[in-house]
Design a binder for this molecule. Structure first.
Ligand SMILES: CC(C)(COP(=O)(O)OP(=O)(O)OC[C@H]1O[C@@H](n2cnc3c(N)ncnc32)[C@H](O)[C@@H]1OP(=O)(O)O)[C@@H](O)C(=O)NCCC(=O)NCCS
Length: 173
């Protein structure tokens, strides 16, 4: 397997919120935003692995403020870390109002994609090299996020994870 620089997986997508994307209040529907997030994350994961990828999981996404009809949605994705067959992708969403020029952060999402062969079986992926301080932080934290999501999916136990023990058992004797 090769090693790819995290920055090589950077992907940018720009969308405008159109009438068909909104609810009756004129706000972007959450499902539409999740669709865009899924697509951009898949592209970043394919850049990293040069393989067909499937979505294995999406961490919690909070919708704290509405995105209005006519606003611009800027999505940026980058692979934070690769494991054996899976990769974690960070998607950062901003909105921009072209009339007022206001730009504001909207959501941050973490997704896990798995590279698969033509039969859908997981296959090993290229490793990711973090270069900047920010990428190194995302890389380090990716292990804790991975173990938490695998625990929530019932795939590992707290006893199997040093990271989760640190998180949940602080102060216990
Ligand atoms: C994702 C999928 C390929 C995993 O297959 P599997 O038989 O569970 O394979 P494995 O147990 O070998 O796991 C493969 C990798 O997936 C990861 N994984 C599996 N389930 C996961 C979950 N819920 N969250 C995060 N990672 C997960 C494993 O940790 C492993 O990663 P690693 O190799 O880097 O350690 C399989 O579940 C699948 O095809 N799911 C459907 C994908 C799909 O259709 N997505 C679109 C949904 S609309």
């Amino acid at each position: 397997m090769k090693t790819k620089k995290a920055a090589e997986t950077y992907t940018l997508k720009t969308e405008m919120v159109l009438p068909n994307d909104t609810n009756t209040l004129g706000n972007l529907m959450g499902g539409k935003l999740m669709h865009w997030i899924d697509i951009i994350a898949a592209i970043a994961a394919q850049k990293a692995s040069n393989r067909t990828v499937v979505t294995a999981s999406v961490d919690t996404i909070d919708f704290n403020s509405p995105i209005k009809l006519g606003e611009i949605v800027l999505l940026e994705a980058q692979v934070t870390r690769a494991f054996t067959t899976s990769m974690e992708i960070r998607v950062n969403v901003h909105t921009e109002n072209l009339t007022t020029g206001e730009r504001r952060p909207s959501n941050i999402a973490f997704l896990t994609f798995v590279a698969v062969d033509q039969s859908g079986n997981p296959i090993p992926v290229n490793q990711i090299e973090a270069e900047t301080e920010e990428e190194k932080e995302w890389f380090d934290d990716a292990l804790r996020r991975r173990e938490l999501r695998l625990f929530l999916a019932g795939r590992i136990k707290i006893d199997d994870s040093e990271q989760l023990q640190k998180l949940f058992l602080v102060g216990e004797n």
